[in-house]
Design a protein around this ligand. Structure first.
Ligand code: CUA
Length: 313
């Protein structure tokens, strides 16, 4: 599935379509106002040096009336635009909605899927899958500082304030891979705090959900088994979860199916063995300030760890 262009002017969902239309309305109104203001400025500059006559005094009075009227009209236009914006964003029914809980951390995204009325759930990072054509109820919370959830192809921005849960409803109307971005400055790696929404058919979404719900498969080869031991006994398990093992820490992203994701380090790196190796050996070189420490390992142990992590499909 190719990536959609990262633009609010190429909408792929209901609210995004409303937002795009509003954008053009705003653009039209702003353009007219811009031209009028420039015209008035040019006129004022031309008349500046003339002495004020009795006629000018009369004109000045008219001007005051004109600008008072213009201010009232502007306020009315802004009021109508605000109402239109509110209605555009709120106009989605929640029938058959899929719920996704989103947590923003410095600097990664966590997506939790409650399944069967919240009885079973799984969590993933970076990549959020949704079915096309169904409303998605997204519950947003920030873990540390203020972040902002933004997927321009699907919806406007929504700030995420620590201690406050907010909800956003969106719907993708055509399949695609839509890039999201944290839209509130949250520290050194704010620009690399990206995520991906993959909108797919109902059957593909169900299949993905089944795969994500399953725990990791125990490694079948000695090298991968050694890699798992290194993961569980070393520093990795103090921060990450891999379901199916006794690693259940939640400081960093869950890694149960990390090899199935398109990209690593919140979209910073391709998800292949070379980039994974570079990331694990020196994350600070790739994302300075990130909480993940470097993992110094003997070459054989390092290869074993990589082989194990790559097997987590
Ligand atoms: Cu999170 Cu910017």
């Amino acid at each position: 599935m190719p990536y959609a262009s990262h633009s609010a002017l190429e909408p792929a969902g209901l609210q995004a379509v409303h937002i795009e239309r509003l954008w053009w309305v705003y653009f039209g109104i702003s353009s007219v106002i811009f031209v009028l203001v420039l015209g008035a400025l040019a006129l004022a500059l031309r008349r500046r040096r003339r002495e004020m006559s009795a006629q000018d005094v009369q004109r000045k009075r008219h001007a005051v009336t004109f600008f008072t009227t213009a201010t009232v009209v502007t306020l009315l236009v802004l009021l109508v635009m605000s109402i239109l914006t509110g209605r555009a964003i709120a106009s989605l029914s929640l029938d058959g909605a899929v719920t996704v809980e989103v947590s923003a951390h410095r600097w990664w995204w966590e997506f939790r899927y409650p399944v069967d009325q919240g009885a079973t759930r799984f969590s993933t990072a970076y990549e959020m899958h949704i079915p096309v054509g169904r409303p998605i109820r997204i519950k947003l919370e920030a873990h540390d500082v203020i972040h902002s959830f933004w997927v321009p192809n699907l919806h406007g921005k929504r700030d995420m304030i620590p201690g406050k849960t907010s909800t956003l409803v969106l719907r993708a109307d055509r399949p695609g891979a839509y890039e999201g971005q944290c839209a509130e400055f949250c520290g050194t790696q704010h620009a690399n705090m990206r995520f991906l929404i993959i909108a797919e058919s109902e059957s593909d979404f169900r299949a993905w959900q089944e795969r994500q719900l399953a725990p990791s498969v125990p490694p079948d080869e000695p090298q991968k088994q050694r890699g798992q031991t290194i993961f569980l006994q070393g520093t990795c398990a103090t921060c990450h979860t891999i379901r199916g093992t006794h690693a259940f820490a939640t400081v960093g992203p869950e890694l149960t199916h990390v090899a199935s994701r398109r990209r690593l380090a919140m979209g910073t790196l391709d998800n292949d063995i070379g980039h994974l190796g570079g990331w694990i050996s020196d994350p600070q070189a790739i994302k300075p300030g990130v909480l993940m420490p470097a993992t110094p390992l003997a070459p054989d142990d390092f290869q074993a760890l990589l082989a194990y992590l790559r097997s987590l499909q």
